[in-house]
Ligand binder design. Structure first.
Ligand code: NAP
Length: 268
């Protein structure tokens, strides 16, 4: 076995949430290039169908599943169904997540809790549901798509940053719960060019500021994250669990100033 063989996913079965667009679509297609069969989940049928067609063109099996991950009670059924269609399950990528930044006093309890459900509870439920399937398949790897926002606090990110910090911590907890046969790691993703970041990237001033404050002087590409996910999903990382890998251009400080004003006492 060569070192490069450890990055192979030949014969592996992977379930990827939010795989119609962006980071997770690149992960799904990259994993298929590495030899895996893929179940792809998102809400937009045409997106998962077109990603599935790309995967099949690579000679791999694709199982597109139209599903809203916020339908938490249905997750066990969906995971069992995906595993049955794929003929087993070795890898879960919990990617579906996100939430828009907002000034603290404009962040409602409802949106705070929704951000937690979307970014944390979904990964918790998908991972739990996948445990028996991965054990029955001889073991597995879970990759949670977290965020730099969960590492570096930033104004406007109370809901999203707190949720992603919880997702990163959950990855460390579950890594202990599920060792030694299932590894769990997370990626703390920096700014990556996807639809989710479009409003920032189409604003020349914000984009330039972001690039200049990033040591590697660029915004990330989806394949930067897919490459890290391949490492964490494959045997290349077989001695790595409970870790949060920062893939963010080397940033040490926030790169996005939303210009939210200070809260001031009422003037006398
Ligand atoms: N882009 C960045 O700069 C960045 C930075 C840090 C972290 N991240 C994290 O990376 C992950 C992916 O972000 P992205 O930028 O790739 O987003 P994106 O380009 O907007 O793609 C998100 C994908 O998730 C699917 N999705 C959204 N809500 C869903 C739901 N309720 N159920 C099932 N699927 C759903 C979307 O499809 P449908 O709408 O059709 O369902 C789409 O396929 C998120 O967890 C995000 O927090 C991104």
């Amino acid at each position: 076995m060569t070192l490069m063989d450890r990055f192979s996913l030949t014969g592996r079965k992977a379930l990827v949430t939010g795989a119609g667009k962006g980071i997770s679509r690149a992960i799904a297609i990259g994993f298929a290039e590495a030899g895996a069969d893929i179940a792809l989940l998102a809400r937009t049928q045409s997106d998962i169908d077109s990603a599935a067609a790309e995967i099949e063109a690579l000679g791999r099996k694709a199982v597109p599943i139209r599903f809203d991950v916020m339908d938490l009670d249905e997750i066990p059924k969906v995971v069992a169904g995906a595993s049955e269609e794929l003929g087993g399950l070795n890898v879960i990528v919990n990617n579906a997540g996100g939430s828009m930044p907002r000034a603290l006093l404009d962040t409602s309890k409802r949106s705070f809790e929704k951000s937690f459900s979307f970014n944390v509870t979904t990964a918790f439920e998908f991972t739990k549901a996948g445990v028996p399937e991965m054990l029955a398949s001889g073991g597995g790897a879970v990759v949670n798509i977290s965020s730099g926002a969960g590492v570096m606090p930033d104004r406007g990110f109370a809901a999203y940053g707190t949720a992603k910090a919880a997702l990163s911590y959950l990855s460390r907890e579950m890594a202990l719960d599920l060792a030694p046969h299932i590894r769990v790691n997370a990626i703390a993703v920096g700014a990556v060019a996807t639809a989710a970041l479009e409003t920032v990237l189409t604003n020349d001033e914000l984009r330039t500021a972001m690039e200049e404050s990033t040591p590697l002087r660029r915004v990330g590409e989806v394949d930067d994250i897919a490459a890290a996910a391949l490492y964490l999903a494959s045997d290349a990382s077989s001695f790595v669990s409970g870790r949060v890998l920062q893939v963010d251009g080397g940033v040490t400080n926030s790169t996005l100033d939303l210009g939210l004003p200070d809260y001031e006492p009422p003037s006398a």
